[in-house]
Design a protein around this ligand. Sequence first.
Ligand code: MG
Ligand code: MG
Length: 261
Amino acid sequence: MIYLKTDEEIELMRISNQLVAKTLGEVAKAIKPGVSTLELDKIAETFIRDNGGTPAFLNYQGFPNTLCTSVNEHVVHGIPSDKPLQEGDIVSVDCGVLLNDFYGDSAYTFPIGQVAPEVKALLDATKESLYKGIEQAIENNRLGDIGNAIQTYTEDLGYTVVREMVGHGIGKNLHEAPEVANYGKKGNGTKLKTGMVIAIEPMINLGKRQIVQEDDGWTIRTIDNKVSAHYEHTVAIRKGKADILSSFKFVEEILSLQSEK
Ligand code: MG
Ligand code: MG
């Protein structure tokens, strides 16, 4: 069943998601060639706890860390490691927080130093597709309108959409109904209502859309080892315009300062 949230609950979810957003901002300050994803994980865990939150992914179904860090051909659910990030890598950093009984969930794919133009283009397109999906996340639209917007935008650019991994409802549980696919047909699927809160998270591949799971039991990677990008916002459904509860503001302030250097 889909749990509808009251306005008060949505404000609590905004607080949880703003802590996620600020945590991703802390990651942005530290991320550069030579830093390991395990170091980023420590920064995130400390920051979340210092701000009264609990890392949502740590121990979730046995996941060992605070962040999911998915480098290059890794799509999602990568486990932080002590391997240093290298110039030209990309890394999806996915962060979840529990605060005041409500979850926040958001992800951003960071370029490490200069990345290849085709990889930068994939990042830009994937982020843009997230916003195309969010434009459709309004009362009386359907889930298929969100998926269709993401799929159409990215496939028209020659990319492929991961099908097996999807977004989700979120609230007092990290993952709630409904599933939010990144592909679909306009006018299909569950009708969207004010009070629904969903995490929209396109996973877009440069090569083939198929994925496999690594032997660690968590990490999802592309079958052809070509790169994949992933961005996620938690949004509340409203009339006319979705209310984005998470934010990339803190990340992008840091990234724009770095690009001016
Ligand atoms: Mg996430
Ligand atoms: Mg999620």
